[in-house]
Design a protein around this ligand. Structure first.
Ligand code: DMJ
Length: 609
């Protein structure tokens, strides 16, 4: 209490009251300043993202489903960035998991790798190949028309590359209309996606000057110390896949060093109660999230099921079994879990290990999981019996439940929603012609011809969807009178995707039916006519429109996949022979791990059950 002696009571109490009010005001001002300061400081801490998530209400970040500011996870269905990853959206919470073990594991395995990585012998690997990787004569075809066509594809690659180099060097993709670069947010702050995705294409095409530039960029500028949030799937298929194949093709140590370092950064995503990784990972902190749009914090089949090939090779190169253990654990869970009608739904909880909803698709969300089963078997020199069994059982279930014939006689693979068929096929699902083709030979004897026929029929259907511009829509339907046509305006775009051409390439290698080269050439002409602009190649918004509208994006998979598959289509089969190489889902060739050769030294890599 205070006494103000010289003033009468009333006056002194008024004065005292005023003074107290003033003090209160100052005190409150100070307090609010302090709170603002502390709150503000939170945002400057290194992992401010987590704190923002705690403090910001969802209203402050309206695009996020539940309390997330994660740029990637707030992408909405229909966003091309998702679509190009082969993903579509759904409703659901954005779930975060930060496991305390994450950092320690990376430190331990880094030490582990340091000791063992140098033990890997590139020379020994080369002796394990049955044939020279680039063939007798770099796959040069003997007939002049095919050679000319191949030269055209090479010219397209050079044009795409030169423009990327000129306008977007070091960024992730080229925007050919505005002549600038695009970084996006798929790769967690990593840059140069088009460079890493192009290394092997440049090399096999003999664009050596360009390859050297790309290699030099990787050496000097590919910075893996990044604190951004990345799609585990995209970083794996493009960066890990791209660096692995560049290493296996060239033997340049820098690619091995970089890929093992990057692989380490992906490991914390597996620290979930089941070991099923979440879709989004912060490459710096190791924190991981499920996609905001994925049902109830689930992980996506096509994402966690598309790691196996690369992770086995990471173990090969680093000598670290952890990579293999992580993907073998995913395999084990998927093998054991009960499957509705033998089918694999697209969403699985990384916490409970149960399916979250019954949507099945061989296109977006499911696609490359099936691809990696058969390719794991092939890459294991046909010793991985578990993968083989899972692949052929899945195929059987797909044929029984999903494969349909349209009234017009077209074979297609429908989607399945809890027992109800959706009679549509995505462009992404068109890779399945090639997949079923390469799997035909190892199926049950009485089914072999059937699988080859099925592969040819699906490829034919996908070719039918490429009309009238000779480029195909993102999705096409087989109901209400539609026969492989897009019925919605929003499905009519083409973003330079490879899947249809990929199937032509495999079917050509398997059958040598000249129609596949013919169809590939049609696609080259259409790409030149509709997608080539003054400064690169661009996707188009409507494959049925007579006047094209460009989307201003030269996707990195155009250089890595579309142009590579076209080049291989017009090359002799001894360029990257299929006895020695399997292509990851981004078309990066990875060598078969021979049981008579490297496998002997790395007994953990292959399960022979
Ligand atoms: C590529 O990144 C890969 O092929 C992936 O498996 C699916 N989508 C794109 C190309 O369409």
């Amino acid at each position: 209490t205070r006494v103000i002696p010289s003033l009468p009571f009333s006056e002194s109490s008024v004065f005292a009251g005023t003074l107290l009010a003033f003090e209160k005001f100052v005190f409150l001002l100070f307090l609010s300043g302090l709170v603002t300061l502390c709150f503000g400081a939170l945002f400057f801490l290194p992992d401010s993202v987590r704190l923002k998530r705690i403090f910001l209400s969802k209203n402050e970040n309206p695009a996020v489903t539940v309390g997330s500011d994660n740029e990637l996870s707030k992408k909405v269905p229909g966003d091309p960035e998702h679509l190009r990853a082969g993903l579509k959206g759904g409703e659901g919470a954005n779930v975060k998991a930060q496991e305390p073990a994450a950092r320690d594991e990376r430190v331990t395995s880094a030490a582990h790798n340091g000791e063992r990585a140098s033990a890997y012998s590139y020379e020994a690997f080369k002796k394990c190949l049955l044939k020279p990787a680039l063939g007798k004569n770099k796959g040069t075809p003997s007939d002049s028309e095919t050679l000319q066509r191949r030269e055209k594809v090479k010219e397209m690659m050079k044009f795409a590359w030169d423009n990327y180099k000129r306008y977007a060097w070091g960024q992730n993709e080229l925007r050919p209309l505005t002549r600038n670069g695009h970084i996006g947010n798929m790769f967690g702050g990593l840059r140069g996606a088009s460079i890493v995705d192009s290394l092997d294409t440049l090399y096999i095409m003999g664009l050596m000057e360009e390859y050297e530039e790309a290699k030099e960029w990787v050496q000097n500028n590919l910075n893996l110390i990044s604190n951004g949030e990345a799609s585990l799937f995209e970083v794996n298929i493009r960066y890990v896949g791209g660096l692995l194949s560049a290493y296996y093709l060239t033997g340049a140590e820098i690619f091995k060093q970089k890929v093992v370092e990057l692989g380490e950064k992906l490991l914390p995503a597996f620290n979930t109660p089941t070991g099923i990784p979440r879709g989004v990972i912060n490459l710096g902190s190791g924190t991981s999230w499920s996609w905001g749009w994925a049902s109830a914090g689930s992980s996506i089949l096509a994402e966690f099921g598309t790691l196996h090939l690369e992770f086995l090779h990471l173990s090969q190169l680093s000598g670290n079994p952890l990579f293999t253990e992580k993907v073998m654990n995913i395999r084990k869970l998927l093998n054991k879990i009960e499957k509705p009608h033998g089918l694999y739904p697209n969403f699985l909880s990384p916490v409970s290990g149960n399916w979250v909803q019954h949507h099945v698709s061989i296109g977006g969300l499911g696609d490359s999981f099936y691809e990696y089963l058969i390719k794991s078997y092939l890459m294991s020199d046909k010793t991985d019996q578990e993968a083989k069994k899972m692949y052929y059982s899945a195929m059987e279930a797909i044929e029984t439940n999903l494969v349909q014939k349209s009234p017009g006689g077209l074979t297609y693979v429908a989607e399945w929603r809890g027992g109800i068929l959706d009679h549509k096929m995505g462009h992404l699902a068109c890779f399945s012609g090639g997949m079923i083709g390469i799997g035909a030979d190892d199926g049950p004897t009485e089914q072999r011809q059937h699988y080859l026929d099925l592969a040819a029929e699906i490829t034919h259907t996908c070719h039918e969807s490429y009309s009238p511009t000779k480029l195909g829509p993102e999705a096409f339907r087989f109901d209400a009178g539609a026969e492989a046509t897009a019925t919605r305006l929003s499905d009519r775009y083409y973003i330079l995707r490879p899947e249809v051409i990929e199937s032509y390439m495999y079917m050509w290698r398997l059958t040598h039916d000249p129609k596949y080269r013919q169809w590939g050439w049609e696609a080259v002409e259409a790409l030149e006519k509709h997608c080539r602009v003054d400064a690169g190649f661009s996707g188009i918004r409507d494959v049925y429109a007579s006047t094209v509208s460009h989307d201003n994006m030269q996707q990195s998979f155009f250089l890595s996949e579309t142009l590579k598959y076209l080049y291989l289509l017009f090359s002799d089969d001894d360029l990257l022979p299929l006895e020695d190489w399997v292509f990851n889902t981004e078309a990066h060739p990875l060598p078969v791990i021979r049981k008579t050769c490297l496998w002997r030294n790395f007994p953990w890599t292959i399960s022979e059950t």
